[in-house]
Design a protein around this ligand. Structure first.
Ligand SMILES: O=C([O-])CC(=O)C(=O)O
Ligand SMILES: [Mg+2]
Length: 235
């Protein structure tokens, strides 16, 4: 058995630079939409890059793009040094990050709240995606911080759930998420774009957005769906 390749893939490493700076990349993703990005990934044979559909924005108009800062945790009754550990995690967040929580399928605790929002915003964090819960919801909304999560609850995680590690590969639903991947989310849910293809996928999604304008114009001009398809359109 030779696990060297797998070990290397799962190890912590420095992020590879992309053809354009990460900030420009994320700002350009914000001008497209998840369905277009999803169609590009489908062309590449990647059918399982969307997080489970139960992970939804706190508000319909929330949209988010940033670089995955992964966090992994699970139900756990111990409290020793929990706050210190959580503080260290928050202090490791970098500008342009999206905090993304693999909770091992938790269904009762909040992995995100008001103070964590404030602390991460100060570090330039763009939002949070939680396969779990959020609390202090009205305060998080007032702070204008996009959060995508499964549920809302008053249950703080302390004494119920705790972090295992951060900036490690994680898995939510069927989706692998590596630190540095691109996280893109809007009203249609959350999509994970592997880092190495993030720029190429953006270019193709921008093309789809432009091309769809022509298709929609055909409908406005009175063409039937059959005529649209005959002219190379799709929907
Ligand atoms: O400890 C928590 O559950 C999170 C929290 O309330 C906060 O960040 O304000
Ligand atoms: Mg709180």
């Amino acid at each position: 058995m030779n696990l060297d390749e797998l070990k290397a893939a799962r190890s912590r490493k420095k992020l590879k630079p992309l053809p354009i700076p990460d900030k420009e990349l994320c700002d350009r993703y914000m001008e497209v939409f998840t369905a277009a990005v999803n169609d590009v990934l489908r062309e590449k044979g990647l059918l399982h890059q969307t997080l489970p559909s139960g992970i939804a924005p706190l508000q319909d108009d929330m949209k988010l793009c940033g670089i995955a800062f992964t966090v992994k945790g699970s139900k756990n009754l111990t409290l020793e040094s929990e706050m210190e550990q959580r503080a260290k995690m928050l202090e490791a967040i970098e500008e342009g990050a999206v905090v993304i929580w693999d909770t091992s399928g938790d269904d009762e605790s909040a992995q995100w709240g008001e103070v964590m929002t404030m602390a991460s915003q100060r570090r330039g964090c763009r939002g949070a995606v939680v396969d779990g819960g959020v609390r202090d919801t009205n305060k998080v909304l007032e702070l204008g911080f996009p959060v995508f999560c499964k549920y809302r609850t008053s249950n703080g995680m302390l004494g119920r759930f705790r972090m295992i590690d951060w900036q490690i590969p994680v898995m939510i639903g069927n989706v692998f998420i590596y630190p540095g991947d691109l996280i893109f989310a809007d009203i249609d849910g959350v999509i994970v774009v592997p880092r190495e293809m993030a720029y190429d996928v953006l270019l193709k999604a921008e093309y789809i957005k432009e091309n769809e304008k022509e298709i929609k114009q055909m409908i406005l001009d009175g063409l039937t769906p059959t005529e649209v398809v005959q002219k190379g359109g799709y929907f």
